[in-house]
Design a protein around this ligand. Structure first.
Ligand SMILES: Cc1cc2nc3c(=O)[nH]c(=O)nc-3n(C[C@H](O)[C@H](O)[C@H](O)COP(=O)(O)O)c2cc1C
Length: 198
């Protein structure tokens, strides 16, 4: 399996509207592949404007927010491509699409990196941020996965939230918990379960 980096991808619609969503970028030699499932505004944007930026948010709420209807995060213009990228990020890269592998379910857009830059120091991994990332991905697969698998995995990730979250990570987790609870028709929260403290 290739290396995949989880990023915030920004694309621009034909009308000039910004579209900001999390995507895994798949490493392929010197290139990075973006593979959105249809239907997808990102696909429509790439067909019209075949460039994209990928940013590593310093605040995990950007990823949790983007999959829970909170997409109004600060952006700034890109350096080499026409478009915008996330403002508060450890770093970002800009890509031109050099090839498209058509597919009815999940086309692949090959991105050639034309620019990259670091914006702030990174000096430590955080388990709660990783847990939010995993929970955010789970929350985009609620229609594909059995509820028990979702809850089992969320219960495991909740341990890292209890032990290592700051206020931002906790808020991000709550957004995901609310989405999952609504989808599964639950009124209680995993973080409130006694087992979550283990
Ligand atoms: C960390 C993370 C990585 C994701 N990676 C992908 C991906 O590679 N492909 C995809 O179709 N959706 C992925 N998703 C789900 C999309 O963010 C979500 O479905 C979004 O609405 C897709 O944007 P679109 O509607 O423009 O296609 C990911 C979600 C998260 C939280």
């Amino acid at each position: 399996m290739p290396l995949i980096l989880e990023t915030i991808v920004t694309t621009t619609s034909p009308d000039g509207d910004l579209h900001l969503v999390p995507f895994g970028l798949i490493q392929d030699g010197a290139d990075w592949v973006l593979a959105p499932f249809r239907p997808s505004p990102t696909i429509l944007n790439l067909e019209a404007n075949p460039v994209f930026a990928a940013s590593s948010p310093s605040d995990i709420r950007v990823i949790a927010g983007a999959v829970t209807g909170r997409r109004d995060w600060g952006t700034v213009p890109c350096d080499r491509i026409s478009g915008r990228r996330l403002a508060d990020s450890f770093g970002h890269a800009e890509f031109e699409v050099t090839a498209v592998e058509p597919d009815e379910t999940r086309p692949r857009y090959r991105g050639r990196m034309v620019h990259s830059a670091a914006h702030m120091p990174f000096f430590g991994y955080n388990r709660a941020q990783a847990a939010v990332l995993e929970a955010a991905i789970l929350s985009t697969r609620l229609h594909m996965l059995p509820p028990e698998k979702i809850l089992t995995e969320m219960r495991y990730h909740a341990i890292a939230i209890i032990k290592t979250a700051g206020p931002a990570e906790r808020e991000a987790w709550d957004w995901i918990e609310d989405k999952v609870a609504t989808a599964l028709g639950r009124s209680d929260r995993i973080l409130d379960e006694p087992a979550a403290a283990q």
